[in-house]
Design a protein around this ligand. Sequence first.
Ligand code: SF4
Length: 462
Amino acid sequence: MITDLLNQHKIEHAKSLIKDIYLQDQRPWVVGYSGGKDSTVLVQLVFQALSELQQAQLHKKVYVISSDTLVETPLIISSIDTTLMRIQKKALELGLPFETHKVRPEIDKTFWVSLIGKGYPSPRQKFRWCTDRMKIDPANRFIMDKVSTFGKVVMLLGVRDDESVTRAQVLESHTVEGKTLMKHSTLSNAYVFAPIRNFSVDDVWSYLLHEDSPWGNDNHELMALYQNSQSGECPLIIDKDIKESAGSCGNSRFGCWVCTVVQEDKALIGFIDNGEEWLTPLLEFRNWLSEIRDVREYREKHRMDGTIYFVGQDEDRKLGLGPFTLEARQMILRKLLETQKNVKNPYDPNYELILPEELKAIRQLWLKDGEWADTLPTMYNEIFGEDLDWDYDDRPLFEPDQLTDLEILCKEQDISIGLIKKLISIEKDHSGYRIRRGLLQEFDKTLQQDWLHYEKVDGYKQ
Ligand code: SF4
């Protein structure tokens, strides 16, 4: 009973704070919604608080944004889509100034284009390149677009102090004394407001299970999603510092199906155990991707910029690993496309694991990396028995027999074919311009890469 009262007090306090801050100025709000419990509480509270205001007081927009990394767990993203649609519909009905949006990474920064196109090894806790590229940057682009229109924005986050000690410290360090709003750590003219900062996890569930969702969702279903899984989420985090303190990204049902940051994908396993067997090929693919990550033969022995580094001591000293090799990337894509062919999503017959635009971007990157045999369209056709609408401009630089001649020539002269291909690709990129600015510098940079000069480095093992 006392707990209920305390909880009610916190809810009323949060709502009244939301109303006060909303009425304070003209700065529009951007609310991050990940589909998880904390951001559901946040959006629901904002919705309720604004419903209690007079129509004339609703003077500025509230954008509810969700991220779609393009590798979201399928059931979660469809539930986010449904929720966004319901929020929008209900808000229109009630005359509330909500606008819902989904933000996506740019095609050259998606998971598959980064991993299969460029060779980024699958993310790990210590090399988590994915959150910036797939979540933070797209959300920040949205925010900066609003900043350029309105001058300033306030971002609302569903973060809570009791998630971790570090999280609480980070929030505290951003707080300006006597003020409710915090400064964003990287975006100027953006402020952060965390209305449920002092909620405990019990407060969160108690609120969700006792207060009906204003747009008609069933929060018991949300709770069911959390059962049998770890409680972390990979939220739509829009402040990098706050992200780094979270530590839970990747450990939840609300992340990417292909996440390799976690040892075991509890999300997919949980769904499959609950009868969604059609997700099994995804789980198998994800596990395989995690297993092959550190296999030496699949990785370059230099970094993407051509520099080398060593790991181990004395006898065991060997070259450190770089991006996936082109052959490994081809292998991964083939397996991904085969998985796509085998996945039968009962809720969406058009469900795709990788988009045609991503395949086109990967093809371009491979061509640039010297994959002139241009295997991607053939691979696609072998698997699906049809062609994609490939762009005319994607034509390879050389015909197969010309390529063979070039390979023989390189062998005769003892020159790396990879290097020659790279140089010709640079030349091609600069062709057609009257002033070919930067051409020589790019040649120079390519020729100076460490890995071309292994022989000058003593005592290494491949
Ligand atoms: S869920 Fe995993 S793969 Fe997706 S953004 Fe978070 S850490 Fe990266």
